[in-house]
Design a protein around this ligand. Structure first.
Ligand code: AMP
Ligand code: GLY
Length: 414
């Protein structure tokens, strides 16, 4: 099978490694790729837009497109490729809107009784300010930009000034561009967060093992929210009781909604949950795998990934469950100083072992050298018979790579 992988982050490199192991694979391409992925796949020489990717895939007899990130899906990659008869692992635009628009996704949850925080939609600055002024008791107040904002579109406002400043940034100054012109304001839900991932062909939903993501930049959950600074899997808090609650309270509405809205959703549904006293509630949906959770999940899958993704992409998942290796996985993100705020790029990376021992997230090759090209630069990933063994091995690896300003959390797994 000829596979084209779309994306250039750590998540895609982790998927690429698993695709490369598949017995069904005959040829492997990626766009845009990164130095880690390029060891495994040839770069597809075309523009990185849905139409060009679909045309290139058609001209090159690609059997399956696997899309890692949300942006191409929200932009209609699956629609473009499916219209040419090419199966895509990743939903069409209508399903991707569950991530692409908070307003759309909250209204979906309301319509299908999916437990979530009560919310209002505000489409202009004046009415948003009026709402804030009329609700002095509602702090902390959660303000969400409607559109995609690369993880920067949610503010937990602590008081009225904070709320109005956020609304001014999003809706007047346009700090998030079009994404922030409309907002959702919702109730704050206290509790622990957990993400669960479902592989689906639109009809059958197979839950994957859970991974614990460490979102804050520094040890002890200090500092700003990031895309995720590391993970381990399987997540130990996903008990059978919690699993039953998720399946009985959260999933029925989602499944009904998917069927009634005719999403024909093929790929991964990421359900971000808050485990509140009143039971699990949905914080957000994403239309793709998590990053860095994928780096922890992929090494544990004991199946042919291409076969699995192909069946889902064809709307015909024959699997009833997925076999998992009896191991733990851990991933430690090595990041650039300043991340998740501003940081410098282009720092040369020194590998004590080999660049191929790491998952590449934000790297680039310049004149034969590997340099930093993002906030999250590399993932040190390892598996082990116990969680401790996996973590120790991942940390040993993390200590063997350096660049100017590199840092990583020392407490992943705690
Ligand atoms: P989202 O992009 O909707 O997942 O929001 C980003 C992060 O903001 C979440 O991972 C939570 O940590 C936090 N968050 C979002 N909505 C709420 C809420 N209603 N209550 C508490 N925390 C929230
Ligand atoms: N690690 C969180 C995310 O991928 O959205």
């Amino acid at each position: 099978m000829k596979v084209l992988l779309v994306g250039n982050g750590g998540r895609e490199h982790a998927i690429a490694k698993k695709i490369a192991e598949s017995a069904s694979l005959t040829e492997f391409y990626s766009i845009p790729g990164n130095p880690g992925i390029n060891v495994l796949a040839k770069v597809a020489n075309t523009e990185n837009t849905p139409e060009s990717i679909a045309n290139w895939a058609k001209d090159n007899n690609i059997d399956l497109i696997v899309c890692g990130p949300e942006i191409p899906l929200v932009a209609g990659l699956a629609d473009a490729a499916l219209s040419k008869g090419i199966p895509v692992f990743g939903p069409k635009k209508i399903g991707a809107m569950l991530e692409g628009s908070k307003i759309y996704s909250k209204r979906f949850m309301e319509k299908y009784n999916v437990p979530t925080a009560p919310f209002v939609v505000l489409e202009d600055y004046e009415s948003a300010v009026e709402y804030v002024k009329a609700h002095p008791q509602q702090y902390p107040m959660v303000i969400k930009a409607d559109g995609l904002a690369a993880g920067k579109g949610v503010k937990i406002a602590t008081d009225e000034n904070d709320a109005i400043e956020t609304l001014n940034d999003y809706m007047v100054k346009g700090t998030l561009g079009e994404a922030g012109k409309k907002v959702v304001i919702e109730e704050f839900m206290p509790g622990e967060e957990m993400s669960v991932f479902y592989l689906t062909d639109g009809k059958k939903f197979i839950r994957l093992i859970a991974a614990k993501d460490y979102k804050k930049a520094y040890d002890g959950d200090k500092g700003e929210n990031t895309g995720g600074m590391g993970c381990y899997a399987p997540h130990q808090s996903l008990t059978e009781e919690l699993s039953d609650k998720i399946e009985n309270l959260v999933m029925p509405g989602i499944k009904r909604g998917f069927a009634e809205e005719n999403f024909d959703y093929r790929g991964v549904l990421y359900v971000g949950l808050m485990l509140t006293k009143g039971g699990p509630k949905v914080v957000e949906f994403n239309c793709r795998f998590g990053d860095p959770e994928t780096q922890g999940i992929m090494p544990l899958i004991d199946e042919d990934l291409v076969k699995l993704f192909y069946q889902a992409a064809c709307g015909n998942l024959e699997y009833e469950e997925i076999k998992w290796k009896d191991l733990y996985a851990a991933s430690v993100v090595v990041a650039s100083a300043g991340y998740p705020g501003s940081y410098e790029k282009g720092k040369e990376i020194t590998f004590e072992t080999s660049m191929e021992d790491y998952i590449h997230a934000g790297t680039k090759e310049v004149d034969g050298k590997i340099v930093t090209n993002g906030g999250r630069v590399l993932n040190a990933v390892a598996t082990g018979k116990t969680k401790e063994e996996a973590l120790n091995k991942a940390y040993e690896l993390a200590a063997k790579v350096k660049f100017d300003g590199s840092f990583y959390r020392k407490d992943i797994g705690s």
